[in-house]
Design a protein around this ligand. Sequence first.
Ligand SMILES: [Zn+2]
Length: 132
Amino acid sequence: MMITAETTNYSRDAYSMLTSIGRGFRRSCPHCGKGQVFEGYLKLFDCCSNCAAPTGEIRSDDLPPYLTIFLVGHIVVPLLLLVEAYYHPAIWIQMAIWPTVTLGLTLLFLPFIKGAALGLMWYLKIRGDEQH
Ligand SMILES: [Zn+2]
């Protein structure tokens, strides 16, 4: 079942998709932009603390990890190749630096990208459990 304006009485007419994504990226409610929707690092409250939008029903599943891996890969791989090309560090140094950088950037970006995915899904009125 899709979240619709009829069933939730939350119209998206007052803001754009980018606004909704941006609000989510800031980890605030994609509908009002003021309320808290994250209970923890990635866990969602059932609804917004300000406008009660049922954002907790949205299951973004693999989208945030997929986008995070895509982004981090496009940052880490060019850096790794540049460092190798210009500085030729020992392999043990490479093996110490790049997995740590990859893990750090992934953990840094994931909650914000999850918020952005939440904002996108909220705007598109999809919950992530649709059967097609
Ligand atoms: Zn709200």
